[in-house]
Design a protein around this ligand. Structure first.
Ligand SMILES: [Zn+2]
Ligand SMILES: [Zn+2]
Length: 192
């Protein structure tokens, strides 16, 4: 892997990837796989400068940056390292984790366990949402026999943890993603 900075992907400078499109390496390192306005893809929706560099007929979200990411990934013969802020991974990290055969080595992007789903440890219990020490977790219905429990991951951003919150106006408890305001996922009824 070359170490020159011109061969790494920096936020909103995705054009540099063109420079590496003629060579291959065992590993490719992609920096700044973050969300937000300084991330990759650059999540500025109505920036007139972005309109200038991205053709107007591109209707697929982040089409140009997606294409460049593809170039970077397909240069790797063995492994792709992506670096991102733990709280704000790029939507590309989530999308990559959902491609069959792609393994993102970050436990937060492991297949989601949902309430009502099968327990991944004993494969016979059902995971259900229960209160544990002022928070809510998923617990296997086989109880102590299996003992598997896990925090509830947000089904929308897949990064956040679902936690109980109190509505400011009514004082009612509801459940929402702790990545708010980046992710606004809430459960209107019960978790299921
Ligand atoms: Zn179990
Ligand atoms: Zn979320």
């Amino acid at each position: 892997m070359r170490s020159s900075s011109s061969n790494s992907l920096t936020p909103c400078e995705s054009g540099v990837l063109v420079a590496i499109s003629n060579w291959e390496a065992d590993c490719v390192i992609i920096h700044h796989l973050n969300g937000g306005s300084s991330g990759f893809p650059c999540e500025i929706n109505d920036d007139p400068i972005m309109d200038l560099v991205i053709p107007k007929n591109e209707t697929f979200p982040h089409a140009e940056e997606r294409r460049l990411l593809y170039v970077a990934i397909t240069r790797a013969k063995k492994l792709v390292y992506g670096f991102y802020h733990p709280r704000t991974p790029s939507i590309f990290v989530r999308e990559l984790s959902e491609i069959p055969g792609v393994k993102v080595h970050d436990p937060r992007f492991a297949p989601l366990i949902k309430a009502g789903g099968m327990c991944p440890r004993c494969k016979s219990g059902v995971m259900s949402a229960v209160w544990v020490e002022n928070t809510i977790k998923l617990l296997c219905s086989n109880g102590d026999e299996c003992g598997h429990s896990t925090e509830i991951r947000c089904p929308e951003c897949k990064v956040g943890e679902i936690l109980p919150k109190k509505a400011r106006n009514t004082g009612r408890t509801f459940f929402g993603c702790n990545q708010f305001p980046t992710c606004k996922h809430i459960y209107k009824e019960s978790i299921s």
